[in-house]
Every structure is written in structure tokens, then in C-alpha cells.
Design a protein around this ligand. Structure first.
Ligand SMILES: C[S@@+](CC[C@H](N)C(=O)[O-])C[C@H]1O[C@@H](n2cnc3c(N)ncnc32)[C@H](O)[C@@H]1O
Length: 325
């Protein structure tokens, strides 16, 4: 037995297309050449519905994998699900062994279309009372004789394709040359399945729910609770140790407010022996150039230390030339 790698370039799906590898789990070198079966994607797919869902997905801001981290050209998960499914199941017209008559083939094709339309909808991912994903997995098993291929995406980026392969019950592999992408893929695909259905381990967290109930922490909810709790713990610890370096800002009315972003600059020691201050290196002192909301920083040297003042408006402007010298 051997394991072969077939590169399969998929058909362009309007603007979205995917190149991935299908890894047959078992290929016998001695078995007869398989008959050519046309995959559903080679015949027809409900493109309009898939596009509709893919476009809609772009505006989902909460609880969607794309909000984990920005990534270039991240594929909509709807497209990934639909394309993966449609390239694994056969076109029923190629399966007279399963669907002998044209009527049966048409009916089966309609059913496959319905499954694609339903699973490409993000709402079905969140709530699937009718079991559309179970139906999709059953069809995959039917068309692959119970031996579905593994999916490998060597350029996985934000991980849409391997994530959706996993959702369809397929063995998924992901890699990328960029370590940030690999981290995203680990967080999305590799780590959550290891903790599926497990309660959180943060002290006391599991007791919030009835721990005897095995369904109390479905999916990755236990892991998510731990991420939240340990995240809060880390934030508190960081505040204790370095919080004094990030004080609250004082507002014009004298009240204090937490700072949401810090600007930073590297410093160099001024080579002039009579000066010796730690001079900030920056290419611009502008904080905002937005019309009507201009703001800039003025560095003020007092007793050999640079202090910073924030000014609003354009008046006075930043001292760009002076600092560039
Ligand atoms: C268009 S993005 C993939 C987006 C991904 N399909 C998604 O849905 O998020 C292309 C990815 O290929 C990766 N890449 C480029 N050259 C590569 C190489 N030689 N080996 C592995 N990954 C590579 C990039 O780092 C980038 O993450």
C-alpha cells in the first residue's frame, strides 16, 4: 500500500478559487485503474447561493473565525465548505451503480444542491437542528465508499480550507511559510479538537456548571472558558508587574480613562557629549491628520529628559524638521 499525493487545481469559482491537495488514504498499486467519475463541481454547483452566502459572511463581525486575526485573501468559509463538498461527492450522473435512472440522478443532484446551499450558510454552522452537516458527512461517506480523502492545504494562511474540511469530517492538514499563519492554523484547527467536550481546568471554572453532566461543555466551550479566564488572569498579573508603565490618561476634565493604544519609538543616546539625552526616533510627530481632528506631539526636553505634549488642531504643527536632523 502506498500514499500518493494528487495535486488538484480546482475550477475557478468566480473570484474565489482554491488549490489544495487531496490525499487518498489508501491507494493500492496493484488495484485496477479507477473509472473516471465526474465530481459534482465539474458538472454544476449552486454558484449563486454560494456567492450570496460568501458575500454575506464578509460582514459578520462576531464569533466568526475570520475575527481571530486578519489574514490576506482569507477565503470565505462558505466557499471553502461548498467547494470541498462539491469536489468530493460525485456527480450522480457518474454513479449509475447508485442511481440507475436519470430521474434518480436528478433527484440526488437536487439533494446535493440543497445540502450545499444549507451548509454554505453561516447560520447553519451556528445552529443545525435539521442536521445538514450530518447529511453532508453521510454523503461524503457514501461517495467515497467510507474512505474519505484527507485534505492538505500547504498555503493555508488564515486556515479557512482545513477548518472547513474538519467540519465536514475530513482529516485536515495545514501548513504555511509564515509562522503567524501557522499559529492561527494551530489555534483554529489543531488545538480545539484536542479539548472537545472537556470542562475548563481553570480553578473553580468547571464548578460553575454541573460537572456531572458530560454535555455541560460541548465543543470547545470548555477551552474557550479557559482562554477567557487565563487571559483575565494574565492581564491582572501583567498589570501588577508593568501596569505602572502604562498609567491611565488624564482627560481635560481631570478624570482618568484607560488608554486603548500606545505609540512607541526607539531611542538613541544623543552623541553630543553636552547633550546625551535619550532621543526618540520617529519619522512623524502627527498622531492624526484627519480633517477637523488633527493632533500632533511636541517633544519637550526638561532636565535632560524628553517629555511629550499632545496638541489638537493644526496650529503650530509638529517640529518635523528639527527632529529629522
Ligand atoms: C492567499 S493566502 C492563503 C489564504 C487562505 N486560503 C485563507 O483562506 O486564509 C496565501 C498563503 O500562502 C503562503 N505562502 C506563500 N508562499 C508560500 C510557500 N512557498 N510555502 C508555504 N506557504 C506559502 C502565504 O504566507 C499566505 O499565507
Amino acid at each position: 500500500m502506498t500514499r500518493a499525493l494528487f495535486q488538484r487545481a480546482l475550477l475557478p469559482l468566480k473570484a474565489h478559487f482554491i488549490v489544495l491537495s487531496i490525499l487518498p488514504k489508501e491507494i493500492s498499486m496493484t488495484s485496477p485503474a479507477p473509472q473516471t467519475r465526474r465530481k459534482l463541481i465539474e458538472v454544476s454547483i449552486p454558484l449563486e447561493k454560494i456567492n450570496e452566502q460568501s458575500a454575506r459572511e464578509k460582514s459578520i463581525r462576531h464569533g466568526h473565525p475570520s475575527t481571530l486575526h486578519l489574514w490576506w485573501s482569507r477565503k470565505p468559509t462558505s466557499t471553502a465548505r461548498a467547494v470541498l463538498f462539491a469536489q468530493i461527492v460525485d456527480d450522480p450522473g457518474s454513479r449509475p451503480d447508485l442511481f440507475p435512472t436519470v430521474e434518480e440522478q436528478d433527484a440526488e443532484r437536487r439533494e446535493l444542491f440543497e445540502i450545499i446551499e444549507q451548509i454554505s450558510n453561516w447560520d447553519t454552522v451556528k445552529n443545525d437542528p435539521e442536521g445538514w452537516f450530518d447529511k453532508a458527512r453521510e454523503k461524503i461517506m457514501l461517495y467515497t465508499d467510507g474512505n474519505p480523502p484527507a485534505v492538505a492545504d500547504p498555503f493555508a494562511g488564515g486556515g479557512s480550507i482545513p477548518l472547513e474540511a474538519q467540519r465536514l469530517g475530513l482529516e485536515a492538514h495545514a501548513s504555511d511559510v509564515n509562522p503567524v499563519a501557522v499559529l492561527l492554523e494551530k489555534a483554529l484547527i489543531e488545538i480545539p479538537p484536542k479539548f472537545t467536550g472537556q470542562p475548563p481546568v481553570f480553578p473553580g471554572a468547571a464548578e460553575v456548571l454541573d460537572s456531572d453532566d458530560s454535555s455541560a461543555w460541548p465543543g470547545a466551550t470548555g477551552l474557550a472558558e479557559d482562554v477567557k479566564r487565563y487571559g483575565e488572569w494574565m492581564l491582572e498579573e501583567a498589570k501588577k508587574r508593568i501596569g505602572h508603565l502604562y498609567p491611565d490618561a488624564e482627560l481635560p476634565d481631570g478624570t482618568k480613562a484607560p488608554v486603548i493604544a500606545w505609540l512607541w519609538a526607539r531611542t538613541v543616546t544623543c552623541p553630543n557629549p553636552a547633550c546625551g539625552i535619550a532621543a526618540p526616533l520617529t519619522s512623524s510627530w502627527w498622531v492624526s491628520k484627519k480633517k477637523g481632528n488633527e493632533a500632533y506631539i511636541s517633544p519637550i526636553v526638561t532636565d535632560g529628559i524628553v517629555h511629550y505634549e499632545v496638541h489638537h488642531g493644526k496650529e503650530g504643527g509638529p517640529i518635523r524638521k528639527m527632529m529629522a536632523r
